[in-house]
Design a binder for this molecule. Sequence first.
Ligand code: UN1
Length: 480
Amino acid sequence: MTDTLELTHWINGEKVKADLKGESHNPSDTRELVARTPDGGDAEVDAAVQAAKAAFPGWSDASPEVRSDILDKAGTLVMERREQLGRLLSREEGKTLPEGIGETVRAGRILKYFAGEALRVHGQNLASTRPGVEIQTYRQAVGVYGLITPWNFPIAIPAWKMAPALAFGNTVVIKPAGPTPATAEALIAILHEAGLPKGVVNMIIGRGQVGQAIVDHKDVDAISFTGSQGVGAGVAAGAIKRQARVQLEMGGKNPLIIMDDADLERAVAIALDGSFFATGQRCTASSRLIVQENIHDKFVQLLGEKVAALRVGDALDPNSQMGPAVSEAQMETSYKYIDVAKSEGGRIVTGGDRLKLDKPGWYVQPTLIADTDAGSRINNEEVFGPVASTIRVKDYEEALAISNGVEFGLSAGIVTTSLKHARNFQRQAKAGMTMVNLATAGVDYHVPFGGSKKSSYGAREQGFAAVEFFTQTKTSYSAS
Ligand code: UN1
């Protein structure tokens, strides 16, 4: 057992105590209370927004070197403390310790990447159509950013939204996800330790009302949200009503096509990673395995064996290959969809039963379901758990049509040795990201991230694309 943390909001550079009304439990052993949490509301959000607004002129006018140095130092601190932060993350979220440490390093790298980007903001000189007139474009900070982040990447996603906001001179009010506030708070504390001026980043812990208050606040100039499609649609509507900028990253129902010509072992390893690691709780997870008929039976059998052999257990146990679901609700969603798939005629290859270990936790048996129809619910609705279904297809054309035939379009993969099919898939897949001979999940941090259709809305996140959402362009004309 480890000590229970008592969390606070962060407003104007201060830790602001409030009644501890909420609890965050360890999903690997629910007897362990990781943190007691405050439950913010409109008043706390308003105080945070006012602090962010007051900090904006000084922060946006500061030399980019000031912003760069703070992000770089924060990145160093995050990486130096990878073991401790990764352990907290795994206790709170349930991903295995190597996954928790890996995510922590990724957050550190993101902070350092944007430390560099702070110095690379550039504009253009353009010829005017009018003689004697010159035109320049500049990129400028926007103002206060409201950031609403999910529990499945409790340090990397706060970092990937905060780092570009800060690099380009904006200030922030962040609401971390309900199940994982302690990890987010640790990152906010590190940013302040690295020298962040007061009010530049503010954090309010709480439930949906905090998110709603951020979306509705007239002084929040822009909102970046990652979470479920249902909530995201409401965030967009609220933001658009008052003309705030908005960017959404939501669900996926990501296909992985396995062609007859694929290397079997490799295809199985890619599917295992994409569908089951991080307990399948990634919006980029491969949940639909679309398999060509000649490799189908061998693929399903071998993947079934590998899935059955996965060691599910306490996230901190070095033997565990997969941790629990984050919460009871998430666990129940997986079991609900397993039942849905069975009622639709799916065949359970492995898993499907309730998993009871020697401690109380939200464990889900990794489950592979074969012989499912492309049009069924299991192949159209996001599960967000360690559940994958297979669909048998005749040829590439059928695979591509099924791959594109859902409402989501985040990441799409193909395992093949055919250059023709790989190249065609890269162009024809209706998704923001395509993967050839790679899992649909597990992306680099320095390149654009985002999807099409119901998966995303607004400008891309991450890498060199982030400057689009986190700055605005000014066009200046001058005549001498
Ligand atoms: C990854 O697959 O490496 O919430 C990142 C999510 C995504 C991030 C996935 N926004 O799962």
